[in-house]
Each structure stands twice: as structure tokens, then as C-alpha cells.
Write a protein that binds this ligand. Structure first.
Ligand code: SF4
Length: 255
């Protein structure tokens, strides 16, 4: 039953949007790993703006392993959570250099051994850069899987396992991309467009007539916003403070 539903949803989304590519710009699997770490709680557009300079300055794992935490924090500041992200990128780069001879591991098991790399990041790299099956579950995939009826779980690892069990491995990465683009365009959490949705005839939530827009994370939730509540997001990195002393250093720009 879910096999048929998944195929119908996949075919419909593919006919609507066409084949989708990875939204994060990269030249190598390692660069996609870095971009995916930066994309947490950040838009792909912002990440792409930052990585264009970032990868010119530090193109590979050896370069990131040797860079300073402060410099990297300054460069990725606009992506948010810059302290934790810089820590993970440097630690993962050092592990690649020291444990994998400078080469990004090409398996889920190997990728998960890298600091800061979870299943979502590993699946992105596997599916979009290494030509292997990978089904990343981000917030759109999780929400749509529940709404459509492909999973009843709220746990990304469970959703991944359930959808992968009923879909061909060669479609996993594309299916994830299609669900993400549909979530971004037709079915955002705060305003699902059910009346004109291409999946209305397939979607469990639409059939039940209970699809509702979630309230926007506006005034009431602003204080609870991860970006604003994070201690790492409260202070600007040292270089930003330097602007007060006359040294102009834009976050994300090479010094
Ligand atoms: S029918 Fe509504 S709830 Fe279902 S995927 Fe489309 S917009 Fe989202």
C-alpha cells in the first residue's frame, strides 16, 4: 500500500517539478559536507553566498583542518550558530586528514564517524555527491511524510527507514529533493495550499480535510527562536567587534 502511494507521489512530484538537483553549491563531496553542516537553521541561499568565498579560501579538508576557529567563525557568521558549526567543520576536517588520509569516507558508517555529521548530512553527501543511495530527512520531508501518510513517525531516522523500505534506492535522493521543493513551494508549514495542491488526491491530510496552517513563528515565539535563544548567536565574533575599532571586516568576507 505504501509502496504504491510512494510511487504515485514520486511520479506526480517529478511530473510537476522535473528532476531536482542539490540546492547547495559545491565542487567536491567534502565541500558539500561543509555546506550541509552550514545549512542547519539557515537558508540554502545564504549558505551558497557564504561558501563561494569560503571554498576559495579553504578548498579542502586539509585547509579547514589548519584554519583557526576565530577566522572560520568570522567567515561563516551570517549562517548562524557559527561557533558550533566552525567547531564541527574543523573537527570533521581533522578527522578526515588524520583518520581517512584526507579523503572523505564514502560510506554511511564512515561519514557518521566524523564529528558533527548525522544521518541527514551523511545522506546528502551520499546521494548528491557520491552517487550512492541517500534519503535525507529534513523538516519538509518529515512534515510531508506525515501529512501525505507515508509515515506516522516524528523521528527522522524512522521516517527515513520507512520510506526507503518502500522506494527504489536509486530514487531516494531525488524523492527527498522533490518533497523539499514541494514543501517550500506548495506546502509550507504555515500555509499549506491544499485547494490547488497537485498531491491533494493522494495526501492523507487533504482527504481527511484537516490540513491546517500552523501559526507563524511570529511575535509569540520570537523569544523562543533557536537563533535568538542560542548563546552562540548572541555575540558577534571577534572580527565584528573590531569594526568598532575601525577595522572593517564583513562577516563572511575574506580578511
Ligand atoms: S494536499 Fe495540502 S497538506 Fe497535502 S501535501 Fe498538498 S498542500 Fe500539503
Amino acid at each position: 500500500m505504501k509502496t504504491a502511494l510512494a510511487k504515485q507521489v514520486y511520479d506526480k512530484l517529478l511530473s510537476v517539478y522535473g528532476p531536482q538537483k542539490c540546492f547547495l553549491e559545491h565542487m567536491t563531496p567534502f565541500q558539500l559536507l561543509v555546506a550541509t553542516i552550514l545549512s542547519a537553521q539557515c537558508t540554502d541561499k545564504r549558505v551558497n553566498m557564504v561558501t563561494r568565498d569560503l571554498f576559495r579560501r579553504w578548498p579542502d579538508a586539509a585547509a579547514f583542518a589548519a584554519c583557526s576557529q576565530d577566522e572560520l567563525e568570522q567567515a561563516i557568521f551570517t549562517c548562524g550558530f557559527y561557533h558550533a558549526k566552525a567547531t564541527h567543520i574543523i573537527a570533521a576536517s581533522k578527522a578526515i586528514v588524520e583518520q581517512f588520509h584526507g579523503e572523505l569516507p564514502g560510506t554511511m558508517e564512515g561519514l557518521l564517524r566524523l564529528p558533527g555529521v548525522g544521518r541527514k548530512t551523511a545522506n546528502v553527501v551520499l546521494g548528491d555527491a557520491l552517487g550512492q543511495p541517500g534519503f535525507p530527512v529534513d523538516t519538509h520531508v518529515r512534515r510531508l511524510a506525515q501529512l501525505i501518510g507515508l509515515s506516522d513517525s516524528d523521528v527522522p531516522d524512522v521516517i527515513e527507514a520507512e520510506i526507503c523500505a518502500v522506494t527504489p534506492p536509486e530514487t531516494w535522493a531525488q524523492f527527498s529533493h522533490l518533497l523539499i521543493v514541494h514543501g517550500r513551494t506548495r506546502c509550507p508549514a504555515n500555509r499549506p495550499g491544499c485547494p490547488s495542491c497537485e498531491l491533494a488526491g493522494l495526501c492523507r491530510q487533504a482527504k481527511s480535510g484537516t490540513a491546517k496552517a500552523k501559526p507563524k513563528a511570529g511575535a509569540k515565539t520570537a523569544k523562543a527562536s533557536p537563533r535568538k535563544s542560542s548563546s552562540s548567536a548572541k555575540k558577534k565574533p571577534a572580527a565584528t567587534a573590531k569594526t568598532a575599532r575601525g577595522k572593517r571586516l564583513r562577516p563572511g568576507a575574506a580578511s
